[in-house]
Design a protein around this ligand. Structure first.
Ligand code: PLP
Length: 447
């Protein structure tokens, strides 16, 4: 791995709490926020950030936190990686915006070429750049409908695809994300995701034969929906917001076969699980599938806003002028993405694999010490700890308290699913960072 520009965790005194958060400066900002900022943006913990460097986030009162959240899995190369900062500053001095819908500029093209080169889709590929994951999901759904001439799109229970109308309708993670916003987009359906422990068909992973897919073919394709009407099936290769849930290993290959047999496009939403997080550049590489489209966003550009839809050349055929974006593929974000991709390929993806395996191993041991840990699962540095009550039932209250206790000791984590702690540090994390994080989690569970 290329030498990290950040001092190693074992030589640095972090996390370090100088005052219980929120301190006086943080309190002042939180009070101002409460008066003016849209009130839906509620926080799990009262963190007010001044700056970030590598694995460390400093709050406005001088507390140093160890970041195992990475801006929801986004700051892949660590906070303010010098090479990313350099690329952003250089590009900002040359061209900030011109709009690729109207004119050409090289850095957009260079990023598209690089994404097309590395994407695990067979044959020639094309790329469309957007600003956010949700906009990329909208793009993929529009493209699937216009390309196939079909209307229906199928997603999975537990999936999260974004907040805009199409993406929100595809989302089936928490009801609060849809409640009150109807009518939603028509012709979007959901079916079961192959996660054996929660499977409505068969709760025993050892005997699972991915019957949830039969559920799809039985319940929809025989009774209500002709598969010839389905434009696309969209799937997160590893569910993120839904609970950091890798699927049964046969699930994605069988899903691909189902799509191919029926002329349905398979869209892999790698917004959260992609860009090296699982120890492979694309999470779908763990399952050996060849989708028709891949959606990327978080982690592409170390926190700069950009997302991408990569499609097989014969799939990305639009009606000219039918789709576009003013800011999508902004030059500064493209430059940040190119610097990020270089760093990922120079060792951070491999690091995510090895340090992630170490993290999972340590958490498995922690599971033996705390009855409240029901499950530890994940791939690479995409790791979930499911928190359970005495009867093994999901325990969101305890999960939230563990996250708060960890925060008070300087560890940043996030919730996901009904009772899961999501661990998704920057991909520069080292073993010493894992040791520190697991020690804090140990104390937080004990508390
Ligand atoms: N798809 C997945 C799998 C996501 O996790 C998210 C966001 O968390 C999105 C899409 C939406 O991305 P954005 O928030 O950038 O719109």
């Amino acid at each position: 791995m290329a030498r990290s520009p950040f001092p190693p965790a074992e030589t640095r005194d972090y996390p370090k709490m100088v005052i219980p958060p929120p301190g006086p400066r943080a309190k002042e900002i939180i009070a101002r926020d409460a008066r003016t900022v849209s009130q839906n943006l509620t926080k799990d913990v009262p963190l007010v950030v001044a700056r970030g460097r590598g694995m460390v986030v400093e709050d406005v009162d001088g507390n140093l936190f160890l970041d195992f959240a990475a801006g929801i899995s986004t700051v892949s190369t660590g906070h303010c990686h010098p090479e990313v900062v350099k690329a952003v500053q250089a590009q900002a001095g040359e061209l900030i915006h011109i709009c690729y819908t109207d004119f050409y500029y090289p850095v957009y093209l260079e990023l598209c070429e690089e994404l097309a080169r590395i994407a695990p889709i067979s044959g020639n590929k094309r790329v469309f750049l957007t600003n956010s994951g949700a906009e990329a999901v909208e793009t993929a759904v529009k493209l699937a409908r216009v390309r196939t001439g079909r209307q229906k799109v199928i997603g999975f229970f537990g999936a999260f695809h974004g907040r805009t109308y199409g993406a929100m309708t595809l989302t089936a993670s928490k009801t609060v994300q849809r409640k009150g916003y109807g009518p939603l987009v028509p012709d979007i359906l959901h079916t079961h995701y192959a996660y054996c422990y929660r499977c409505p068909v068969n709760r025993k992973p050892e005997t699972c034969s991915v019957e949830c897919l039969e559920l799809l073919t039985e319940s929809y394709f025989h009774h209500t929906v002709d598969p010839q009407e389905v434009a696309a099936i969209i799937v997160e290769p590893i569910q993120g917001e839904g609970g950091f849930i890798p699927p049964h290993k046969e699930f994605l290959p069988r899903l691909q076969r189902l799509c191919r047999d029926n002329g349905i496009l398979l869209i892999a939403d790698e917004v959260q699980c992609g860009m090296g997080r699982t120890g492979r550049m694309f999470a779908l590489e763990h399952f050996g599938i060849d989708p028709d489209m891949i959606i990327l966003a978080k982690g592409i550009a170390s926190g700069m806003p950009i997302a991408a839809v990569i499609a097989r050349d014969d799939v990305m055929k639009w009606n000219d002028g039918g789709h576009g974006s003013t800011f999508g593929g902004n030059p500064v974000s493209c430059a940040s993405a190119l610097a990020t991709l270089r760093l990922l390929q120079e060792g951070l993806v491999d690091n995510a694999g090895t340090v992630g395996a170490y993290l999972i191993e340590k958490l498995q041991r922690l599971k033996g010490r705390h009855a409240g840990i029901g499950d530890v699962r994940g791939l690479g540095l995409m790791v979930g700890i499911e928190v359970v009550g005495r009867g093994g039932e999901p325990d969101p209250g305890t999960r939230d308290r563990v996250i708060e206790k960890a925060f008070e000791q300087g560890l940043l984590t996030l919730p996901c699913g009904s009772s899961t702690i999501r661990l998704s540090p920057p991909l520069i994390a080292g073993r010493a960072d894992v040791d520190k994080a697991v020690a804090i989690l140990d104390r937080s569970f004990a508390g």
